[in-house]
Ligand binder design. Sequence first.
Ligand SMILES: *Cc1c(COP(=O)(O)O)cnc(C)c1O
Length: 381
Amino acid sequence: MTEETIPIIRPVLGEAEADAARAAILSGWVAQGPRVAEFEREFARTVGAEDAIAMSSCTTALHAALLVADIQPGDDVIVPSLSFIATANVVRQAGANPVFADVDEVTQNLTPATIEAVWTPRTRAVIVVHQCGVPADLEPIRAMTARTGARLIEDSACAIGSSYRGAPIGAGAELAAFSFHPRKLITTGEGGMLVTSRPDWAARARRLREHGMDLSASERHRSGGVIVERYMETGFNYRMTDVQAAIGLVQLTRLDGILERRRALAARYQLLLSRVDGMRTITDPPDALTNFQSFWVVPPHDWPHREKLMARLWDAGISSRRGIMAAHLEPAYSGHDHAPLPVTEDLSMRSLILPLHHDMTDAEQDRVVEVLFSARTVSGL
Ligand SMILES: *Cc1c(COP(=O)(O)O)cnc(C)c1O
């Protein structure tokens, strides 16, 4: 990569995060402690959730979500194949069976119809993904799972700051998991957050996070006297560190600014790209707002193959990525039974993600669009 390469995304990190990490280190408390507790409170407030439990990643938060929802070996869990592979993997990690459902072409999300099409008598949960930050149409999906007694878990890895019918993603969620990987809007290096509206599930998630222990290290520390912990079940080490939480607390204060900037840049992309007939882009669904975590486009059918477009962009110093992957096409899922997934396969083959980062200039954006348009005439389909 040259100096001038336009990155796909760049974390918004500065002196304030460095100072916060330094303060955590000098405090002597670097593992899960008071800063994690504070980060949980601030995060819950930000997304309007009852409770938030910090985890080592969104993947571990999703795994914990399946366990607190009492998903058992032999259960079916409906997931989109069109997602980062962790969405499907966590179902297997819980011993259950991922059942792939197709997605809507416009939102790239599950819909009641695509869920219904693969529903089985063993379906005990649905993991709906708010793909690239675009909120799934939750109301009818909630009605479906409520009617059948299945659980609804929201893979909100990409969706911090997105909103659905006026409420932030996470508000009112039975279970939702967020990611703080640097590829998302705010970051703690690695890290995740589980939110839930059920106090019993929150308590169990805290216990699973910490080896199944009946009290946390900070509770033991605070108690002063001698208390001996008990291990109530086989748990995990899914904890976040206080150094990460210190960074996360600063990142939360930047969220509104990051959102505003991403939405402005996305609107500009949409306008520039609308000059080509048939060029589809990520957009807000009715009644919801996306945070534009990734700006995807699907070029018209008669354009050169996606990899050709990506190569042309790369040659011009512009990073791009293939669009969202399809888990069922990966070796890890070869031989895994699934229904036809035509929309998933089409999107995973044709969509690509353009750079969109906080400090991107109008001139850089113009250049991306110009190079993309020029790639239309690349020889050889
Ligand atoms: C990034 C991502 C994850 C994984 O998040 P980690 O914090 O890296 O574990 C899961 N699901 C989706 C949809 C993602 O985009």
